[in-house]
Design a protein around this ligand. Structure first.
Ligand code: ADP
Length: 632
């Protein structure tokens, strides 16, 4: 028989398993039982659509056995089984869930992370076994196959006889070492405990021969030990149990196990709806955003059960996009078991369920926001982006639903606040909502445009995520108050007198400004004096809907279409540089030329834009710095 090698990715995972320092080795049983349960699900599900396949639900079982002397544990099921090809593909190659790990970028992760994060499935059995045998017969075949492996050196497959359909997995348990007592797994107590802890809600009976002590016949004090086959799990799915009888640990274990997370969930939402449509939902808000949440690969959806049978692993139609981070299970008796994906979309009860799930999630978030703002902030850090997307997606169709779930950093409170808090805190004379955007709160704080508005006591929302401005623009206004970017040309803070004065100045120096615009080759729409800057000499503001931050975001996208914000170079009228400019414009055109270029470069740098001509600017600055050295 030819020995075959594991695929290279699998080999790495296998090595990790064999040499694992992961302390929670007992999860191997959960993984194998969950595979067995899936296999039973598959067989039952297929029998619903294939009339030739006769399956009696009551007969579907998982058997567990151990042999202390032989040091083996056996897990068997009468599920769908595997043929030769499937044994090869499923067990010779690392499973889908685990393979994600081996992307280059995650190279430095420790094995502890790997096991916790992805649930490595079948391979975890190598944490406790020297060798493993998988004997399987597929439901549509008469042949059985035996897959054997003692780990890293590969595996063999041979054709063997197997009387019944299904899979028997035999683990040859490692001998005890100083660090690990593997023998403990070879005990009834331990196995029972592990099943209870991790697999209690598995919907098929997990049977094992156990020893019970019983009164001897005819005696009232003499006990004898009898062997009986017992069902170790309660089989009621967790979501069908009474809420008050479920411990937090049970909820959390169910979550981490089922949704391959290493961290306990952030929030658990368990509810039942009775009425025209009946269903139970157990939903979880994860403790952290999965690393692929914002990638195309991420698929939202809830597990959909109908009458206790899993009919869809990720039913997208049950979750709106903006709540796509929610994980969970929905169980209803109102759907036919062999409903197709297409008809599901049209199904009225699915729509009703989705509506009520959306309502419930939103309500939970609103309650958290109101009663436990600290937690809400944590939630928003992980998933706020999704809500912000939701506001501007589909042309803002859902914005009114979501706007009160938004929070942004506020310059006055130095913390995040909701839009309604902003309105409540507004000054009497204020009639717009100010915002400023930039890379970080600290950087925004240093923007010259921010200074004067803050000085007048106005609160400014600091937008630091690239979606923020798009979200704000989709909203347009909140509570009748328009959003105004402090870097837009339209900000008006001055009294009529001040306005008048600056207008006159700008009129007077029209020629100078148009000369500056020319020097800058029309890279700015306009050059003008401003009152808005206190101590800073210059700033760049924008006209129109596209701000400089939005320009950065859009131009960073992988598309050929580049956009340019319409910028205005504003010069602080009270700053000595204004006087200097006026003078140079009259007396020294060359220097005027250089000063204009340097000022524009400064304004760009402050906005976090790069210079188009860094060498030229550097030389110009040097020229200014060494101006008088000739005479010295
Ligand atoms: P995962 O369960 O995450 O897919 P595993 O490594 O645990 O990864 O299993 C790989 C595949 O092997 C499963 O997806 C399934 O197709 C198959 N498999 C494992 N155990 C069984 C079983 N007891 N019966 C039938 N198929 C099985």
């Amino acid at each position: 028989m030819k020995k075959k090698e594991f695929k290279s990715e699998s080999k790495r995972l296998l090595d990790l398993m064999i040499n694992s320092i992961y302390t929670n080795k007992e999860i191997f049983l959960r993984e194998l039982i969950s595979n067995a349960s899936d296999a039973l699900d598959k067989l039952y599900f297929m029998s619903l659509t294939d009339s030739k396949l006769k399956v009696n639900k009551e007969d579907l079982k998982i058997n567990l056995a151990f042999d202390k002397e032989a040091r083996t544990i056996t897990i068997s099921d009468n599920g769908c089984g595997m043929n030769e090809e499937e044994l090869e593909n499923n067990l010779g190659t690392i499973a889908r869930s685990g393979s994600l790990m081996f992307k280059e970028e995650n190279k430095e992760q420790t094995d502890v992370d790997i096991i916790g994060q992805f649930g490595v499935g079948f391979y975890s059995a190598f944490m406790v076994s020297d060798s493993i045998e998988v004997l399987s017969r597929k439901y549509d075949s008469l042949d059985g196959f035996l897959w054997k492996s003692s780990g890293a050196d590969g595996y063999t497959i041979e054709k063997v006889k197997k009387e019944t359909v299904g899979t028997i997995i035999t683990l040859h348990i490692k001998v005890d070492t100083e660090e690990e007592e593997y023998s403990k797994f070879l005990s009834e107590y331990q196995l029972r405990d592990m099943v209870k802890k991790y697999s209690d809600y598995v919907r098929y009976p997990i049977m094992m021969e156990v020893e019970n002590s019983k009164l001897k016949d005819g005696s009232d004090s003499d006990y004898e030990t009898v062997k009986e086959v017992a069902t170790l799990n309660s089989m009621t799915p967790l979501w069908k149990k009474d809420k008050n009888k479920i411990t937090e640990e049970e909820y959390n274990n169910f979550y981490t196990d089922k949704f391959y997370d290493y961290e306990a969930p952030f929030k658990i939402i368990h509810f039942k709806v009775e009425g025209l449509t009946n269903f139970t939902a157990l939903l979880y808000i994860p403790g952290h955003a999965p690393y692929d949440l914002y990638s195309k690969e991420y698929k939202k959806g809830l597990q959909l059960y109908s009458s206790g049978v899993l009919i869809m692993d990720k039913c997208e139609d049950l979750l709106p996009d903006y709540f796509s981070f929610v994980k969970g299970v929905v169980d209803t008796d109102d759907l036919s078991l062999n409903i197709s994906r297409e008809t599901l979309q049209q199904d009225k009860s699915v729509k009703t369920i989705a509506k009520s799930i959306e309502f419930k999630i939103k309500k939970e978030l609103e309650d958290m926001l109101k009663n436990d703002f600290e937690s809400y902030k944590k939630f928003f850090k992980s998933f706020g982006m999704q809500i912000k997307f939701g506001v501007y997606n589909n042309y803002g169709i859902d914005k009114d639903k979501l706007k009160d779930l938004l929070v942004f950093y506020s310059s006055n409170t130095k913390d995040v606040i909701t839009l309604s808090t902003y309105i409540v805190n507004m000054l009497d004379k204020q009639d717009v909502i100010y915002y400023a955007s930039g890379e970080t709160v600290d950087k925004i704080d240093l923007l010259p445009q921010v200074e004067s508005i803050k000085e007048k006591g106005y609160d400014i929302l600091y937008l630091t995520e690239y979606v923020d401005e798009f979200t704000i623009q989709a909203l347009m206004e909140y509570d009748g108050k328009k959003f105004v970017n402090v870097s837009s040309g339209g900000v008006e803070l001055d009294s009529d007198d001040e306005k008048d004065k600056i207008k006159k100045e700008n009129e007077k120096y029209k020629a100078m400004f148009s000369s500056m615009k020319e020097i800058l080759e029309s890279k700015v729409e306009e050059v003008r004096f401003t009152n808005r800057l206190k101590k800073h000499p210059v700033c760049l503001t924008t006209k129109g809907n596209i701000s400089i931050e939005m320009q950065k975001v859009i131009n960073a996208m992988p598309s050929d279409e580049k956009i340019n914000a319409e910028t205005i170079l504003e010069i602080n009228e009270t700053h000595p540089i204004s006087k200097k400019l006026k003078k140079l414009f009259k007396d020294d055109k060359d220097k005027f030329n250089n000063y204009t270029k340097i000022l524009y470069a400064q304004a760009r740098l402050i906005e976090g834009l790069s210079l188009e001509n860094p060498t030229e600017i550097s030389n110009l600055i040097c020229e200014v710095m060494t101006e008088n050295t000739k005479e010295e």
